[in-house]
Write a protein that binds this ligand. Structure first.
Ligand code: SER
Length: 340
């Protein structure tokens, strides 16, 4: 039997590129990708087929579905939180309508195959909205069902799409002809800010972490857009991919919910500066907080309680803060910029 096909949207983004490498290295799936921008040459051999196009284009999605028996969807395409505040309607279109298109496609595909297509959806700390920095400090690690009052369009979109996914899995067309058809199997992870040694994110509000690190490695000045004491959870990119694969392989019967926090470590901007300075003592880091972006980070939890993921499907991060910086981020980043 040929290997099952996974569809990766937003494949050219930060998570997408790392995921493609992992899927290829593991060799159990064949990846079909879609992204607005064409995948760089070096990623194409990792894929069965690549499409450059918009997830808003239903015809493109139908065409992809007609050509491949898609068993798994990793729906990574999204407009992040800062970008979303600059253009909230576009964020809604891409993040909500785009997701709806993908859910519809995966649902049709499940019916056609007669079995549940697994739909893996990265959600975010942005679904939380802590009312004040005092409350945030008091709350510490937050559980999934607390503080679900996001203050960004992106956070609202992610929270709603978590519900949409659960709806498609459990209740889609409950009164209609599809009431007994195979439904898709939606699983969502709430990620912290992600830090990769290979790429710098664009349009996010947790970006101050990776931006500071990459700027120091390149010998560039960095004016941090949040206060030194601003603290949010972070995760190294290899752990994000590890979590996605863990979520994909989890035994459905053991899942008590469709939404899971996944945590790794929690750092303030100053903590990141100190970690970076150990390796780049001359790093030129200053603080020029942007009131709105800081407010967004202040509304995000300091850390995530991921007990549910640990209990249900054995989630455990591989990269704690020490290993993430000393064994992954700093060595890889030094090598990367030394080459340029
Ligand atoms: N990294 C995202 C952002 O900053 C949060 O999930 O928008």
């Amino acid at each position: 039997m040929s290997k099952p096909v996974v569809l990766v949207t937003g494949a050219n983004g930060e998570i997408g590129r790392s995921l493609l490498q992992k899927l290829h290295a593991e060799g159990r799936y064949r990846a079909v990708t879609v992204d607005l921008t064409p995948l760089p040459e070096r990623y194409r051999p990792l894929c069965l087929e690549t499409y450059a196009g918009n997830i808003m284009d239903k015809y493109l999605l139908d065409q992809i579905a007609a050509h491949h028996e898609i068993e798994v969807v990793f729906h990574l395409a999204a407009l992040l939180s800062t970008r979303g505040e600059r253009d909230p309607e576009l964020a809604h279109q891409v993040n909500v309508e785009g997701t709806l298109h993908l859910l519809r496609m995966a649902q049709n595909q499940s019916g056609r195959l007669g079995r549940a297509v697994r739909f893996i959806f990265p959600s975010s700390i942005a679904v939380y909205g802590l009312p004040s920095v005092e409350e945030k400090a008091k709350a510490g690690k937050v559980v999934e069902d607390s503080y679900n009052v996001p203050i960004t369009m992106y956070g609202c979109n992610k929270l709603y799409c978590e519900h949409l996914g659960r709806y498609f899995t459990q209740h889609f067309r409950q009164l209609g002809a599809l009431s007994s058809a195979a439904r898709l199997d939606f699983r969502s992870l709430r990620f912290p800010g992600l830090i990769s040694a290979d790429t710098v994110p664009t349009g996010g509000t947790s970006d101050f972490g990776p931006e500071m690190l990459h700027a120091a490695a390149k010998g560039e000045k960095y004016a941090c857009f949040v206060r030194e004491d601003t603290k949010i959870p972070f995760m190294a990119m290899p752990d994000a991919v590890h979590a996605l694969m863990g979520m994909l392989e989890a035994d459905r019967a053991k899942l008590t919910d469709s939404v899971y926090n996944v945590g790794a470590f929690s750092l303030s901007a100053k903590d990141i500066e100190q970690r970076v300075r150990k390796h780049f003592p001359d790093a030129d880091v200053t603080y020029a907080p942007d009131a709105v972006r800081n407010k967004i980070c202040d509304s995000w939890p300091e850390d995530l309680d991921d007990t549910r993921a640990r209990n249900d499907w054995g989630w455990k991060p591989i990269w704690d803060v020490e290993r993430a910086f000393e064994e992954y981020l700093l060595p890889s980043i030094k090598k990367r910029y030394a080459k340029e």
